[in-house]
Ligand binder design. Structure first.
Ligand SMILES: NC(=O)c1ccc[n+]([C@@H]2O[C@H](COP(=O)([O-])OP(=O)(O)OC[C@H]3O[C@@H](n4cnc5c(N)ncnc54)[C@H](OP(=O)(O)O)[C@@H]3O)[C@@H](O)[C@H]2O)c1
Length: 249
């Protein structure tokens, strides 16, 4: 078997979307590195990828909150990768707005994970991408980051902050061949959304991963997945406050 031309490092390799994306990448012949906290579970997923698709797949310990470990983690990933290393940022937490307001520690942990952890690990991995002459970074942002809604504006704020970080990261590393795509995700049927009532235009993880995989091949900047959210969010962003505030979204 020929050595893979690329390795996808899935940060949050145990996430519902991360696992579905890893299946797409492996089906296309890419090697996969699943990074997360539960290495035993990730190793079972890696074994499944190896068996189904005949590609190299392995697991690596990663905790977004363990900032001191991120540089060593990046070096380990560089060693494990075959061909070009590409990244999918697929970890995050979304406690309810009510839980965040009731306990500042809950809110802080979300910000630390979704913003600080994401910025830290991407910064640690930047020299690896530059050193290999480029690479693709796909991050799972959210429509929640496009306009602050009463029901989840703290989570939305973390995704908005991630989006601004990614803009600057893309500009900073573009001349080194790094391409960055922020996927503005609508609701996907995953562990993250199970506590919520049924949401409109809810995508299945497999459909979402397939669309994200297609975009990951050439896309840059930001893109809505599913695409229906582009016109929907254009309307939501344009609503005057007097109407938006009454909707209690
Ligand atoms: N589902 C949606 O509707 C939706 C919409 C927009 C954006 N997104 C984004 O998509 C990404 C994936 O979410 P999902 O829907 O697939 O949800 P999920 O299945 O609940 O996955 C969340 C993942 O984040 C990981 N995680 C949490 N804290 C971590 C930490 N400190 N270090 C490392 N990993 C950590 C969890 O790991 P453990 O297994 O170790 O807990 C879990 O695997 C998230 O960034 C989410 O914000 C999802």
């Amino acid at each position: 078997m020929a050595a893979p031309a690329e390795t996808w490092l899935v940060l949050g390799g145990g996430s519902t979307i991360g696992r579905a994306f890893a299946q797409r990448a492996a089906a296309a012949g890419a090697a996969v590195l699943l990074a997360g906290r539960d290495v035993g579970e990730l190793e079972r997923s890696a074994a499944d990828l190896r068996l189904r698709h005949g590609v190299p797949a392995t697991s690596v310990l990663f905790d977004a909150l363990d900032l001191d470990a991120h540089r060593g983690f990046a070096r380990a990933c560089a060693t494990l990768a075959q061909g070009q290393l590409n990244l999918l940022l697929a970890f995050g937490t979304m406690p309810s707005q009510a839980d965040c307001e009731a306990d500042p520690a809950v809110a802080r942990r979300m910000v630390d994970t979704n913003v600080t952890g994401a910025a830290s690990v991407l910064t640690a991995l930047a020299p690896v991408l530059r050193g290999q002459g480029g690479g693709t970074v796909v991050a799972l942002g959210s429509v929640a980051g496009e306009r602050g809604r009463p029901r989840n504006h703290l989570y939305g704020a973390t995704k908005a902050a991630l989006g601004v970080f990614l803009q600057g990261y893309a500009a900073r590393h573009a001349r080194h061949g790094v391409r960055v795509l922020n996927v503005l995700a609508g609701p996907v049927d995953t562990a993250l959304t199970w506590p919520l009532p049924k949401l409109p235009f809810m995508a299945s993880p497999a459909t979402f991963a397939a669309a994200t995989w297609r975009l990951a091949r050439h896309g840059a900047g930001q893109a809505h997945v599913p695409r229906v959210w582009a016109p929907v969010m254009a309307v939501i962003r344009a609503l005057p406050n007097r109407i938006f505030n009454r909707l209690d979204l």
